[in-house]
Design a protein around this ligand. Structure first.
Ligand code: GRF
Length: 203
């Protein structure tokens, strides 16, 4: 049985597209059953619709609290039978209750080699810090931001000529490889968590 996946988005959805494409491959162990956006009209919703995937728009502004918004998302995900949640450019902090209820079943892609450069503006900060290697990380989501056991990392060189945009583009290409791989590992039940480490069977 393929694992049922819900993807949370807020924007252009290029990582969503990478997951859609991976799920279309024969034998891929997961299928996307629902895409939720907290922002109406974003391109990610079009990508989902084109792929024939159900979408829901849940504008966070309509809720009295973060917890109330998260509770609504949780309900919609559960009704759709979602087993794994993928955050793909979802630009909202999640409440601890929501994160705990999806513990070890929710993953995020972060555009840096964690634990370096948590938070925003990772490419600019990497250039400013003078690192020679940068990249992306797919990790299980825990209540602390951009923390949590690491499933997959991909590194890219930082070139002397790089701008924030050129570095972002190089990293994004690797995100599109790392994210489907991480989803595969999780969907195949090959991930065991020990403390802050994710151990991958047959890696
Ligand atoms: C990606 O860089 C991802 O790492 C970050 O937000 C961006 C989303 O891009 N979390 P997209 O919407 O998947 O194109």
């Amino acid at each position: 049985m393929r694992k049922k996946v819900g993807v949370l988005v807020s924007g252009r959805g290029s990582n969503l597209q990478a997951l859609i494409d991976a799920c279309a491959e024969p034998g891929f162990p997961a299928e996307i059953v629902l895409v939720i956006s907290n922002v109406p009209g974003v391109y990610a919703l079009e990508r989902a619709a084109k792929a024939g995937i159900a979408t829901a728009v849940i504008p966070h502004k309509g809720f009295p609290s973060r917890e109330a918004f998260d509770a609504e998302m949780d309900k919609v995900l559960r009704v759709a039978g979602v087993e794994i949640v993928c955050l793909a450019g979802f630009m909202r902090l999640l409440s601890t209750g929501f994160v705990e209820s999806w513990r070890n079943s929710m993953i995020n892609v972060h555009p840096a080699l964690l634990p370096s450069f948590k938070g925003l503006h990772t490419h600019r900060r990497a250039i400013e810090a003078g690192v020679k290697l940068h990249g992306c990380t797919v990790h299980l989501v825990t209540p602390d931001l951009d923390d949590g056991p690491i499933l997959v990392q991909e590194a890219v060189p930082v070139l002397a000529s790089d701008t924030e945009d050129s570095l972002a583009a190089r990293v994004l290409e690797r995100e599109h490889v790392a994210y489907p791989l991480a989803l595969r590992l999780l969907a195949e039940d090959r991930v065991t968590v020990e403390g802050n480490r994710a151990l991958i069977r047959d890696a």
